[in-house]
Design a binder for this molecule. Structure first.
Ligand code: PLP
Ligand code: COI
Length: 364
């Protein structure tokens, strides 16, 4: 249950924060998710008591009993969003309340407590304000924020969900997830299934990713960057990628797989559905088989395909490979519609384009 009390954060600043020179060394080449800022957020939850002990504290390891539920049964969920350095130096995030809502959607599916949306957003603001020097100034770079929640009860029984939880936020400076504008190659997974009806596909829980690594490794062994997931019953209809949603471009018409419950409701996906009409494109949610994908690409009717997500932003898909088929899309490079959508979205996020949908959330 969401508890209504307003939490106040105890602030414990690090006495071993990195020096400006150390930070600049990291920011010169941040990669993705490798180095973390000086602080983190922690809030505990106890059944009957609600959320308590909200803290901003020095970043560091946790000490947990080996019997802690999350280690055994993966009762866990996470979110991902970014803080962007705007022109002029201010820092803003993008649609954080949408992440807060999805966090609670995932929590409900995982039998975990909801966190008040205000507390979620406040926790991000406090961490970003404290570690603001870690928000990169390099164009295209950002500070990736990773809120997550784990089941903390030290007990091995599975007759009831954990009665205690911890919510945390960590932050990591990030460059492009893939080289900016570099088309990715994808592997169609017909051997494995990511999510089935009634399962956890729509939730952002760690278990979905744990189950995906074997197929992602197979994709890499096949010389591809990413795995594409297909529906569970026929392995025929396109769902999404390992950490991104997909859009198919037919001239000035966009098609993205509908949210059937087995794929993640991406916030970038939702934003692009709205941006399409701003850009004079039509956008629809529907269903696309791998045969339609291949024949559309081969006839030229399907002009571009791109993947989208917080980490990947908007990334062109250049080529597709499956167990018994392979094809390229267009000439295998980034197409004009993908470029326009990417520029518009990134422009809003970094404050160089008008924010007609009020998506930008100023932090400091
Ligand atoms: N699909 C999966 C499986 C993801 O992990 C992500 C990343 O968050 C997305 C889609 C895209 O979601 P969003 O645009 O909210 O980042
Ligand atoms: C994100 O874009 O935030 C994601 O969650 C992708 C990630 C799993 C690397």
């Amino acid at each position: 249950m969401t508890t209504a009390q307003k939490l106040s954060f105890d602030v414990q600043l690090s006495d071993h924060a990195r020096t400006a020179a150390e930070r600049e060394r990291v920011l010169a080449d941040p990669g993705f998710g490798q180095t973390f800022t000086d602080h983190m957020i922690s809030i505990d939850y106890t059944e009957g008591e609600g959320w308590h002990d909200a803290r901003l504290m020095p970043y560091g390891p946790l000490s947990l009993d080996p019997a802690t539920a999350v280690f055994h049964y993966a009762q866990e969920l996470f979110e991902g969003l970014k803080a962007y350095r705007q022109e002029g130096g201010a820092i803003a995030s993008f649609r954080p309340y949408a992440n807060a809502a999805r966090f609670n959607l995932s929590a409900a599916r995982m039998a975990m407590p909801e966190l008040p949306e205000e507390t979620f957003v406040e926790s991000l603001e406090l961490l970003v304000q404290t570690d603001r020097e870690w928000v990169p100034t390099t164009p295209g770079h950002s500070l990736y924020l990773r809120p997550f929640m784990i089941a903390t009860q030290p007990a091995l029984g599975v007759n009831y969900p954990s009665r205690t939880y911890r919510y945390m936020v960590i932050a990591s400076p990030a460059a492009a997830y893939f080289g900016a504008g570099r088309p990715v190659s994808v592997w169609l997974s017909t051997e494995y299934t990511r999510a089935a009806p009634g399962g956890t596909g729509f939730a952002k829980c760690g278990g979905n990713y744990a189950a995906a690594f074997v197929a992602q490794r197979q994709a890499v062994e096949q010389g591809c960057d990413q795995v594409v997931w297909l529906d569970a019953s026929e392995h025929r209809y396109v769902e999404e990628m390992g950490g991104m949603n997909l859009f198919f471009v037919y001239g000035d018409r966009l098609l993205t797989p509908a949210l059937t419950g087995t794929l993640l409701p991406g916030i970038t996906r939702d934003s692009i559905l709205s941006l399409a009409s701003d850009l004079g494109l039509t956008a629809e949610e529907g269903r696309l088989s791998i045969e339609e994908w291949q024949s559309g690409a081969e006839s030229g009717e399907l002009t571009e395909v791109f993947a989208c997500g917080t980490a990947a932003v908007v990334t062109p898909v250049g080529s597709v490979k499956g167990a018994d088929r392979a094809w390229t899309i267009g000439d295998g490079t980034q197409g004009p519609v993908t470029s326009r959508i990417r520029e518009e979205l990134v422009g809003i996020q970094y404050g160089s384009r008008p924010d007609a949908h009020s998506w930008v959330h100023k932090i400091c």
